[in-house]
Design a protein around this ligand. Structure first.
Ligand code: NI
Length: 406
């Protein structure tokens, strides 16, 4: 089991993509409008820092989130927030502040702040809150993500099944009249950073490939109108696989993530294989309090989360299962069974006080670290397929992730 905690920050800054070793015309050719003018332009950024480490038995935490907030918050305020990165934030006075470069730099700087901690930084995920983001990992590994959205209609069905079998498996989605989705596709590239443009592949090249894909899919009837999809089962799993294979011939793509709506998506890639994820949520109250500590120590450690009368959250969860696509049906696992399994697992916590109304936290604090371990086991027990990954958002700024393997 591999458990991480992620904390979200924001900053706003001005910047431009400009390589001083090139002429203005060359910069414009390479970066387009992103080459900007002398004084730069602006962006709002969201950055997640992901930490891993052992759960402390006494506190029930990997690391105290207020500790992350304090140390990282100060760094971001001093170096990144409301700055002109190309002037105020070395090394970006000499190098191009691309998302790849910014994510790597933030990773290095934040990792240094936690040298004394039992938790260590494992990932930094930086988004410009538009159609792009980058992820920096340990040992300098870097990924860049692009997003496109398209609207298409389809009938969810497999040509290998009878209409009756299709309707049994896919329900109303298999009905004779097509239905539609606004799809969102995340495309992940991995590789070395190109010294000339500061990116894995320059944006202009990536956008021209993604535009070709968009033209092929947007406002089409996927079952009939799109050549690369013909003859295959029309499921989100198979759709993600075909899009991945088409993109991989053109770009160093390692995986894609295809959202059918905001609560269901499929990932397909070289190392992940095929996974499907469902999001859900529940309302619960709790109180952070450790039986191993005095009242004064509890108050010092958990602060306002130690409030005697309790406090609560709208917890968001995301459960992921993985496996092989059934070539006959085109499905990985029946979606309705997946949704039911999650509902059964979160049922006992819905509209409850976790400490007072359940006995799940009699022996340890009701931290999200402990919650995710219990919930992971409960989902596993309630389904025929085992979990690949489980996420809990305690608030929009704090996320916890449990994986079977690193
Ligand atoms: Ni809480």
């Amino acid at each position: 089991m591999y458990l991480t905690i992620s904390k979200r920050f924001e900053f706003a800054a001005s910047y431009r993509y400009y390589n001083p070793a090139l002429t203005s015309a060359e910069n414009e050719r390479l970066f387009g409008r992103m080459a900007g003018g002398e004084h730069g332009f602006g962006g709002n950024f969201e950055v997640w820092f992901v930490f891993s480490g052992p759960i402390d038995k006494t506190t029930g935490m990997i690391i105290n989130v207020s500790d992350i907030k304090e140390r990282v918050g100060e760094l971001i305020e001093q170096r990144y927030d409301h700055k002109y990165l190309n002037i105020n934030t070395p090394p970006f006075d000499k190098t191009i502040p691309t998302l790849e470069a910014l994510a790597s730099q933030l990773f290095e700087e934040v990792a240094l702040l936690f040298g004394d901690s039992s938790a260590s930084l494992v990932t930094c995920h930086l988004s410009d809150l538009s159609q792009s983001s980058a992820t920096a990992y340990e040992k300098g590994k870097i990924e860049r993500h692009y997003y496109i959205e398209f609207s298409s209609s389809r009938r969810t069905c497999s040509p290998n099944l009878s209409q009756e079998e299709n309707e049994q498996l896919f329900g109303i989605s298999a009905s004779e009249s097509p239905h539609g989705h606004g799809y969102k596709l995340k495309v992940t590239l991995s590789g070395e950073i190109d010294g000339m443009c500061g990116m894995i592949v320059d944006d202009m090249t990536v956008h021209s490939v993604l535009d070709e894909l968009y033209q092929m899919l947007d406002h089409r009837y996927l079952n009939d109108d799109v050549e690369i999809l013909s003859g295959m089962p029309m499921t989100t799993e198979c759709l993600a696989r075909v899009l991945f294979e088409w993109l991989k011939e053109r770009l160093p793509v390692v995986r894609v993530k295809l959202w059918e709506n905001n609560w269901f998506f499929v990932e397909y890639g070289d190392t992940v294989g095929c996974t499907m994820s469902v999001r859900s949520e529940f309302r619960a109250a709790h109180r952070l309090h450790s039986q191993y500590l005095s009242d004064a120590e509890n108050l010092k450690l958990y602060g306002k989360c130690n409030n005697l009368a309790g406090h609560g959250h709208l917890y968001k969860i995301e459960a992921t299962v993985g496996g092989d696509i059934d070539e006959r049906t085109g499905a990985l696992f029946p979606l309705d069974q997946f949704i039911e399994g999650i509902d059964r697992a979160i049922g006992p916590w819905k509209f409850c006080h976790l400490n007072n109304d359940t006995d799940d936290f009699d022996d340890f604090p009701s931290t999200s670290e402990n919650m995710i371990k219990i919930l992971g086991k409960r989902i596993d027990d309630s389904m025929q397929i085992s979990l690949h990954r489980l996420r809990i958002w305690e608030t929009p700024n704090n996320r916890f992730t449990l994986r079977k393997q690193k």
